[in-house]
Design a protein around this ligand. Structure first.
Ligand code: SF4
Length: 328
């Protein structure tokens, strides 16, 4: 059931309503974004196993800052369908170009890795494969089924591409019944041409709404990266639009520039601002809001799954009418 609209209302200015400031070019990374270098025993073991089984993780390919923490906790996000993307988002560290041939045995190797790691919750994503007929949807379905056959108690979350809007491709994935269907909105509509030229804002929202239609009781999830040039109100509009698509779980994290060749960071948000977004998101009716500078789509995903499943809040028809968009 679609969520009610968020009411837009002008509020009197308060200290936290200060206009969004843009970080000056070359601004140093704030202290709250510093993480320890990875290197624990589980980290080394998992890295070795990925190479042995010929698997890729988005943790490595996207140079995720949480890799030390996640891999020590035996949590990883597998990246299927190769490590070369057919699109070229300007914020993303994954290489782009012509991908290798489709490997039908990848789901088997992935399920083996999940079994060896003893995962209770697994996240699977992929590069965009616009060269394949259904965008690689069959590979997602194959992984879900293979893991379920070996490990019936392991929950599976898939973070899928937009499949260029193909409803058929989405149905192939949904037929395999993932526990969580995730598709990231990533940024405000205004920034799509700059940051995500191969994507479409409306298409992303439509995919999430269609996933809800195909699985009324399933969990859906989406994420936004902050700091690529959006205004505060645009973040709230994204959140409102995701609730309109009846998305259950939302993640909000800080954009970090992977290299000098990528989109510069326009702004670093403070931990307090993330806390404010968490509060707003819960008021809007999301069943779980993960919001912090280092949040990534799959950061603490096992906790998100547990928390959203046991959510007893506003439910399918959240009352978000009291949520206000701050005007800047
Ligand atoms: S947050 Fe996600 S991508 Fe980053 S290390 Fe953890 S599991 Fe991997």
């Amino acid at each position: 059931m679609a969520a009610p609209l968020v009411q837009l209302s002008r509020t009197p200015p308060t200290p936290s309503d200060a206009p969004v400031r843009i970080s000056p070019p070359g601004a140093r990374k704030p202290g709250w974004l510093k993480v320890r270098a990875p290197g624990g025993p589980n980290y080394a073991r998992i890295k070795g196993m990925m190479r042995e089984l010929g698997l890729h993780t988005v943790c490595e390919e996207a140079r995720c800052p949480n890799i030390g923490e996640c891999w020590e906790h035996k949590a990883a996000t597998f990246m299927i369908l190769g490590d070369v993307c057919t699109r070229n988002c300007t914020y993303c560290a994954v290489s782009h170009g012509t991908p290798k041939a489709f490997d039908p045995l990848e789901p088997v190797r992935l399920a083996e890795a999940v079994e060896r790691m003893g995962l209770e919750h697994v996240v699977i994503t992929s590069v965009d494969r616009d060269d394949l007929p259904n965008g690689g949807a069959e590979a997602f379905a194959g992984c879900i089924r293979e893991i379920r056959a070996r490990l019936p108690d392991t929950s599976v979350e898939v973070l899928i591409p937009d499949f260029k809007g193909s409803e058929r491709a989405l149905a192939i994935v949904m037929d395999a019944q993932p526990h969580i269907l995730n598709h990231n909105l990533e940024t405000a509509e205004r920034l799509y041409r700059l940051a995500r030229p191969g994507g479409r804002y409306d298409r992303a929202l439509r995919l999430l709404a269609n996933a809800r239609r195909l699985s009324p009781d399933g969990l859906t999830k989406s994420g936004i990266i902050l700091g690529m040039g959006e205004e505060w109100d645009e973040i709230l509009v994204c959140m409102r639009d995701l609730r309109r698509s009846d998305v259950n779980i939302i993640t909000l994290g800080q954009y970090l520039r992977p290299s000098d060749g990528h989109l510069p960071v326009a702004r670093y948000y403070t931990p307090d601002e993330f806390a404010e977004l968490h509060e707003i998101g819960m008021r809007m009716g999301f069943s779980h809001v993960q919001a912090s500078p280092l949040t990534r789509s799959s950061y603490h995903a096992w906790e998100q799954a547990r928390s959203a499943s046991s959510f007893e809040g506003p439910g399918a028809a959240p009352d978000s009418s009291s949520t206000e968009l701050r005007t800047t």
